[in-house]
Design a binder for this molecule. Sequence first.
Ligand SMILES: [Zn+2]
Length: 306
Amino acid sequence: MKHLLRIKFTTMTLLALLWLTGMANPALAGMEDSPTAFLAAPVQVGLGQPFLVRLTSEHPLDKVRVRWMGKKIDTSISSWNKHYISLAMLGTDVLTAKTGPHELLVSAGVGGHARRFKQMIQVNHRTYPRQDLNLPENMVSPPKEVQNRLRAERKLTTKAKNTISSQRTWQLPFYRPVPGKITSLYGLRRYLNKKPKNPHRGLDFRSPLGSPVKAAAQGQVILVGNHYYAGNSIYIDHGNGVVSLYFHLQKPLVETGDRVTRGQTIGMSGTSGRSTGPHLHFSVSVSGALVDPEPLFEKTADHFLE
Ligand SMILES: [Zn+2]
């Protein structure tokens, strides 16, 4: 009994000493106060919906890398109110993503120490309504002679949608590209001439022929083309995996390589490509996944992750 007490006493003494020397010795105090960061990410998200992930620390951050659904994004770091912040926009594509748990991994240098964060995010099923449309048959099933054209266009547009550049220029909320009301929502399960087609992976805005179309956020034009389905279209890179797409334009007013500001006129709306009348089709690609752009226009968009 006496022996046990002595051990207890010794341990207590050691702890007290460590505590005291820790207080007195900045090096030891630093060890106890090891640099940490906090990861804010949703626990569950709806299929097709975008969401934000934020790493925050009082210590300088560097080399922040976010891994989600096989994609890697090296996110920009900013400082605000004595905190270092790194923000990523992520999402799932209603066409290709699987519901269920998916792993989010974030690695970063925090005050010079390598740190890793892991969180499971549940992707929940979401029911999107059905929409029936009737179009000229040659636009629903493209004739054989356009197959090569379609293949070439798909190569260019896939590359543009998967652009992950290092400097984030996007900010929330996004600027509404045209003022007209939304006529077709994201996720609609489309049937063209009664044939099931890919779901609608963007928003359709009512927009009269020749009205100005504005950039949703600051960025750089990475593709301007006249495509079989999308007609005259513009792709803008906003950095860190976020790309906005504008389809069926009457006329683009920017060229590949141009830098644009949020709200800048980039083209005039029209009805080029596979379109039933003048409107703007607007899509947002997040690391190659076409997500629902609607939450990004909300004034409180910064909160849709919380
Ligand atoms: Zn559309």
